[in-house]
Design a protein. Structure first.
Length: 150
């Protein structure tokens, strides 16, 4: 699995809004400036997050974005799916090598492995909430089961 720029920037934008929760609306341009992201990219990602119900937006001179729900109710899986549109591109489905070989009616011993991998990735991402990422790296490492760095 490769984490794309869309997915990474989606998490960065959502995390920025989580850090600013309670401070009012934040413009897309401000998110882009503070996080050093291309403004057009940030706006497109924030639009995707809005369509997915992760953020809300208000137009106008004093408009901007805010999280639609508390950060502890938003999973990393939701953010990645909204930003990238999928969390794991199962090529059997999206880009079959051969229509006959990759069709659901054809026996394929590889497909179950990719499906299992997709399910496990989604389970891990579903278990991490945006609020978890507000903590320092060492605490996040502990929460996700990684060794703490010395």
């Amino acid at each position: 699995m490769r984490i794309t720029t869309w997915a990474e920037y989606g998490v960065i934008c959502a995390l920025h809004l989580a850090r600013r929760a309670g401070e009012g609306l934040v413009s897309g341009r401000e998110v882009a400036e503070r996080e050093k992201l291309p403004p057009d990219y940030a706006e497109q990602i924030l639009l995707r997050l809005r369509r997915a119900g992760i953020v809300t937006s208000t137009r106008g001179a004093h408009g901007g974005y805010a999280l639609a729900r508390p950060a502890d109710l938003i999973t990393l899986r939701e953010i990645l799916a909204a930003s990238e549109l999928v969390t794991f591109d199962l090529r059997c489905d999206s880009h079959p090598v051969d229509e006959a070989r990759c069709s659901a009616s054809h026996d394929c011993s590889i497909r179950p492995v990719w499906q299992m991998l997709q399910r496990r990735i989604d389970e891990v991402l579903e278990g991490v909430h945006l609020a978890d990422l507000l903590e320092e790296e060492q605490l996040v490492r502990q929460r996700v089961g990684l060794p703490v760095l010395q």
